[in-house]
Write a protein that binds this ligand. Structure first.
Ligand code: ATP
Length: 362
């Protein structure tokens, strides 16, 4: 078993708390993504697991071993870095086998076989004799991943491995990483600041903010039921709309009241308390143009200030008083800045957050 147990992991650099009491379990064979904005502590967390950074406090276990004080090479992990960290004077094959002697008892012949096997999995046998300067970014990345595979580690740690690649190659490499994960089935912890990458790769995604975990869940759960306003605004592009509202309770239920709209929330029993104010959240694709105002119970007006064609849809920036809502309208719609539109929302997809940013209604 090579599950990872992280319990109260903390890292302090002088007066900076880079990682603040993180607890997280990664199951054997799981692909877990750590995502968050720059500086939130993703790399430091990964580096502590790899043994490249001392742990200030907390416990780290891989399988049934406590690894806090083990050397990196004793942890049965392999790490792939953003900059690939290949030796420029060595060929692909030499890079892949470098250091293998010190972490294993394999003979030279066995190591060569493993390099060939990894190259076959990654479809790069022809790159083995080339030096990094003779490889493209994507090819270097494959060699770096090949070096990790050769070690047959229990745990793969990947730190922004795709961020130096162009957009098209990133999409291709994402698919390749998923395929690779299916083939070798190693426990994988993957760091990225890119929420799309996190959503597409992770069995589960842990969202980090300021050294702490905000939420850990499968991608669709994070998207549909964000537990905090931070997660709601970080996951999804364009981001979820959030506007302050008053909450008006009566015998019938509860309304979210803004200067420009009043929307009845259909599941008042979801609230555990009866707050009188909150932050209302709705995703751009969950607002639409009301086709026939008479047919739709809850509509409100907004003035379009900007239109952005996204190809598959038209993003409208709609003013409601001092606030703005982003709305995904149909592509090729003829709406123009200055138009006043009638909007409606998908009632089952509304959110409310309290003043501390905790979700209090979905
Ligand atoms: P990025 O996506 O920009 O790489 P990150 O989420 O990986 O960011 P970390 O690199 O883990 O963030 O850094 C977390 C915090 O710790 C930051 O405030 C950073 O400045 C600080 N930090 C990281 N390494 C050190 C160090 N060696 N000395 C002092 N502070 C550090």
């Amino acid at each position: 078993m090579s599950d990872i147990h992280i319990d109260g992991l903390t890292k302090e650099f002088d007066d900076v708390t880079a990682v603040d009491d993180i607890s997280l379990d990664v199951d054997d064979g799981e692909f877990l993504v750590l995502v968050g904005p720059s500086g939130c502590g993703k790399s430091t967390t990964l580096r502590m697991i790899a043994g490249l950074e001392d742990i200030t406090s907390g416990e780290l276990r891989i399988g049934d071993r406590r690894v806090n004080d083990l050397e990196p090479k004793e942890r049965s992990i392999a790490m792939v870095f953003q900059n690939y960290a290949l030796y420029p004077h060595m060929t692909g094959a030499e890079n892949m086998k470098f250091g293998m002697k010190s972490v294993s008892d394999y003979t030279d012949e066995e190591i060569d076989q493993r390099v060939q096997h990894a190259a076959d999995i990654l479809d790069i046998p022809e790159l083995l004799e080339r030096r990094p300067s003779e490889l493209s970014g994507g090819e270097r990345q494959r060699v770096a991943i090949g070096r990790a595979i050769v070690r047959e580690p229990d745990v793969f740690l990947l730190d922004e491995p795709l961020s130096n690649l162009d957009a098209k190659l990133r999409v291709q490499m994402r698919a390749e990483l998923l395929q690779l994960h299916r083939e070798i089935d190693a426990t994988t912890l993957y760091v990225t600041h890119d929420q799309t990458e996190a959503m597409t790769l992770g069995d589960r995604v842990a969202v980090l903010n300021d050294g702490r975990i905000e939420q850990v869940d499968p991608p669709q759960v994070l998207y549909d039921y964000p537990e905090t306003r931070f997660v709601a605004e970080f996951i999804g592009s364009p981001a979820m709309n959030t506007v302050p509202v008053t909450l008006r309770w009566d015998d019938e239920g509860v309304d979210a009241v803004h200067d420009n709209f009043e929307l009845s929330l259909p599941n008042p029993e979801s609230f555990t308390e009866r707050p009188t104010s909150g932050v209302f959240g709705v995703r751009p694709e969950d607002i639409s143009l009301a086709r026939n105002a008479d047919d739709v119970a809850q509509t409100f007006e907004a003035e379009v200030s900007v239109t952005e064609p996204l190809g598959e849809s038209l993003l409208l920036h709609c003013l409601i008083g001092d606030d703005e809502l982003h709305v995904k309208a149909e592509a090729r719609s003829t709406i123009a800045p200055g138009d006043v539109v009638e909007l409606t929302v998908d009632e089952e997809r509304l959110h409310v957050f309290d003043s501390a940013g905790e979700a209090i209604y979905h």
